[in-house]
Ligand binder design. Structure first.
Ligand SMILES: [Zn+2]
Length: 641
């Protein structure tokens, strides 16, 4: 008998001892990090509200209870009874029964009402029907990404369960190493921005953190060929801090090269990774590049995702526990905390962070039970990288909108689909509601609408007061009637361009292609209209050139970079830049994150910033806070224990 089977047998015996007589245990299994307990008496299990919690704390495991397949109530009968238990106001939109595991997935507009206080309604459901309920939110704005991911995972349910069982046995295998050490190897994003990737190695385990591309330098990928990462199928787990492509783009590539293990990320990160990597393939094809993998690999990646919530302490290997915390950067972004060994060592990866609250998110969490080493992003770590206060930036933006409105023009804002667009939408919605700017249509073009729909599907990940507003349908700011989805292509754009004053938010954020090119064609020649940059414009992008005063823009049919076929467009609209809407902490924010961190880290690795930024930040943290700091290069290995 393998050690895992022996372990499961012992767990079954312990659980039987703990349970009141009359409640049977027919089987116990690992599925990923969870322990699944099958019983012939699901209703009795549910009648004691504290039973599962007590078991979980006794066994120090996450526990799911499921009914034995042969005691399941008939689906039609169960369907009726569920409707009796769940209040009508919950807005149930779908019930999906899975007889193989005895689970029923309830999709509802108000998941909170299906869950009930401390899960009381969920328990009532099990008491009534014996099935194990699972609740998901009906997206308040229809999202093709969310429904595609949900349908795909439904289709792949069986294979997914096999994956989870295999991963579960891996996580809970017997530790073989009798030595103990901890190392981190840098595979990318050191003294550069882009291709984030690290390996944490212990004597027992290897974990890959992030695997991104380098925007503008498509050939430069993380150093996956180093011995620490090879062969890829020997890596225990992949952890994804957030969905931005410089962290996620090459995650699907891992599956092409033989990785077959889990990806730990939050649920919104999973969905956004799907959206962004598919778009990444699309853009590569349009630019005539051969993408490094195809969409099948994106599906593989999604199939292997194990979603975790902020604050869940999760075993991901025999000697590694992972906990995600809000990073304040984009939807689902996570500071990733690793507890290694039994109290041996603790490392936190900041991922990308925003330290102060924004309209969309609470500021990054920097409070941990223990942490010895912090791996810190340094995008704005340079000594002069201070951003304008957001309140000032907002006033500035609203002034520009008012001026343009008065002269009868339109405001065009190039914006990244994920994060900055929604932040600007919130600014505009409030400004119209409070009369700071006149009410006018706000047109959303490119992936912005879809990204917004994903945001509203996961309000739990948004700033708390925004979350509360979304819970109350009539106050959901993203549903404001001014917002219009440009979904009818060029004709609709032409109508908008010919019409009354309006605001247009469009991708791509750095004017490197996408519908923004079309808006420039329509409105670029109009001296009454204004182009407003609200995000970082990288070196070499058309956005940066326009910012620097270019007013003759080469347009080819991709509308994008370089000359090529096509003609030149004279830009007569005003061009303005309003900074201060960044999703990244500025220099002050980074210092504050470290300064107020609890506990104080002994060592800080400054990464994810250009040479000057990481050097500046590293030396400032050393001088001002007396910490051991490093500005590693790619391909370095640090031994911590
Ligand atoms: Zn990012």
């Amino acid at each position: 008998m393998s050690s895992v089977d022996k372990q499961l047998e012992d767990l079954k015996a312990t659980i039987e001892d703990e349970l009141p007589s009359g409640i049977s245990v027919s089987d116990v299994k690992y599925e990923g990090p969870e322990l699944v307990v099958y019983t012939r008496d699901p209703k009795d299990f549910a009648s004691d509200g504290d039973l599962i919690r007590k078991l979980a704390s006794k066994l120090r495991k996450r526990i799911t209870v499921r009914p034995d397949p042969d005691v399941l109530m008939d689906v039609e009968e169960a369907r009726e009874k569920i409707r009796d238990v769940i209040p009508d106001d919950a807005g149930v939109t779908d019930l999906d029964f899975h007889a193989d595991t005895g689970e029923v997935v309830i999709e509802a507009e108000k998941p909170g009402m299906v869950i009930g206080r401390h899960g009381s309604t969920l328990r009532d459901i099990t008491k009534a029907i014996g099935w194990t309920p699972e609740v998901v939110r009906t997206p308040p704005i229809e999202s093709s990404t969310v429904s595609n991911v949900r349908n795909f995972l439904k289709q792949e349910r069986e294979e997914r369960r096999d994956i989870l069982e295999r991963v579960g046995r891996q996580i809970h295998r017997e530790e073989m190493a009798d030595d103990q050490w901890v190392r981190i190897t840098t595979l990318g994003c050191c003294r550069e921005v882009g291709r984030a990737s690290f390996i944490i190695s212990t004597a027992e385990t290897r974990v890959l953190v992030d695997c991104g591309d380098k925007p503008g330098a498509e050939g430069e990928v993380p150093y996956l060929q180093v011995p620490e990462a090879a062969p890829l199928n020997s890596i225990d787990a992949v952890v994804l801090t957030h969905a931005h492509l410089d962290h996620s783009a090459l995650i699907p590539l891992l599956f092409k090269y033989g990785y077959d293990g889990p990806i730990y990320c939050t649920e919104p990160t999973r969905d956004l990774m799907g959206l962004l990597t598919l778009d990444y393939l699309d853009v590569a094809a349009k630019e005539g590049r051969t993408p490094p993998y195809d969409s099948e690999m994106v599906r593989e990646a999604i199939k292997h995702c194990i979603p975790l919530e902020y604050g869940d302490v999760t075993d991901i290997a025999p000697d590694v526990k992972l906990t995600f915390h809000n990073a304040g950067h984009i939807l689902g972004s996570a500071v990733s905390h690793f507890h290694i060994g039994d109290g041996l060592y603790n490392v936190a990866f900041s991922g990308d962070i925003h330290y102060e609250d924004t309209r969309l998110f609470n500021g990054a969490v920097n409070d941990f039970p223990r942490v010895e080493t912090l791996v810190l992003e340094s995008t704005y770590g340079g000594r002069n990288d201070y951003q304008t206060d957001q309140a000032d930036s907002e006033r500035n933006l609203l002034d520009i909108i008012n001026d343009t409105h008065e002269q009868g023009g339109k405001v065009v804002i190039p914006a990244f689909a994920v994060g900055r667009s929604q932040e600007i939408m919130l600014v505009l919605e409030e400004a119209m509601r409070s009369g700071k700017i006149p009410r006018m249509p706000v047109h959303l073009d490119g992936m912005i609408w879809e990204a917004t729909a994903i945001h509203t599907t996961y309000p739990e990940y948004l700033r708390d007061d925004l979350r509360d507003r979304i819970f109350h349908d009539d106050e959901n700011p993203f549903l404001a009637e001014e917002f219009n989805h440009i979904d009818a292509g060029e004709d609709e754009r032409q109508d908008v361009a010919d019409g009354d004053p309006a605001i247009i938010l469009s991708t791509s954020g750095m004017v490197t292609g996408g519908p923004i090119m079309s808006w420039l064609r329509h409105l670029g020649p109009d001296p009454d209209s204004t182009l407003v940059f609200v995000g970082y414009q990288a070196q070499g992008t058309l956005g940066r050139r326009i910012q620097n005063g270019w007013d003759e823009i080469p347009m080819n049919e991709r509308g994008g970079r370089g000359g090529g076929r096509g003609n030149t467009l004279s830009l007569n609209m005003d061009v303005e830049t309003v900074d201060g809407f960044s999703g990244h902490a500025d220099r002050q924010g980074l210092e504050n994150f470290v300064k107020t961190m609890n506990p104080r880290p002994e060592k800080v690795l400054c990464v994810h910033g250009d040479e000057r930024s990481v050097q500046d930040l590293s030396s400032a943290l050393y001088h001002d806070y007396n910490m051991r700091t490093f500005a590693p290069k790619n391909l370095e290995t640090f031994r911590f224990k």
